[in-house]
Ligand binder design. Structure first.
Ligand SMILES: [Fe+2]
Ligand SMILES: [Fe+2]
Length: 195
């Protein structure tokens, strides 16, 4: 595995400047959340830095590239190929950046859709991707402060926001997103917690 500095240098060469800047912003946000919540800072840092490394392929080539690499493509990905940058990212993280750790790879895999059973590392990367300083949407400041105290509640709100956005824009909703949201919603209901 490369050092984080080496990964950063390689990523800078591989991504468009704007995407590289976004990756650094997600890295900073994720590391801050990892510190606050006592998560594994190194895993969070690597997963956050590399979460969009699959974006080195232009989106219009995602399907062909995934097929070429033997990456399984589900029906939702086939019809919304942007989603494949997560699986492509796992491939590059392994083969270009030398990452073998399953927790890091899963955090990259689930950063776009979320999923049930996400580790704390994956939750932090998912939320940091949404809440990094350059993002702006209604209610983001409340979500940023909530993320510092309650990752699960922030995640539940993030799922709701993402699903609303996908519906409003006539986009497909990946089952991992639905399953992840329901898993958390069931947990909240069983604990009588407000959403
Ligand atoms: Fe992404
Ligand atoms: Fe991202």
């Amino acid at each position: 595995m490369l050092t984080i500095k080496e990964m950063e240098a390689l990523l800078e060469k591989s991504l468009q400047h704007k995407r590289f800047e976004h990756s650094l912003a997600v890295f900073d946000t994720a590391v801050e959340l990892a510190r606050i919540h006592g998560a594994d800072e190194e895993k969070v840092a690597i997963a956050a830095l590399l979460h969009d490394c699959g974006r080195e392929i232009p989106t219009r080539r995602n399907l062909a590239q995934a097929a070429e690499l033997g990456i399984p493509i589900d029906e939702i990905e086939a019809n919304q190929p942007i989603l494949l940058h997560a699986k492509l990212g796992v491939h590059y993280a392994q083969h270009k950046y030398g990452v073998a750790d399953k927790e890091i790879l899963d955090a990259i895999l689930y950063h776009t859709t979320g999923a049930p059973g996400m580790t704390q590392t994956a939750v932090i990367v998912y939320l940091a991707d949404l809440l990094e300083p350059k993002r702006g949407f209604y209610g983001i400041d409340e979500m940023r402060s909530l993320a510092k105290t309650d990752l699960e509640k922030t995640l539940l709100k993030a799922y709701a926001m993402t699903i609303r956005y996908l519906l409003e824009h006539d986009l497909l909703i990946h089952p991992n997103c639905i399953y992840g949201r329901n898993e958390l919603a069931i947990k909240f209901k069983q604990m009588n917690r407000t959403f």
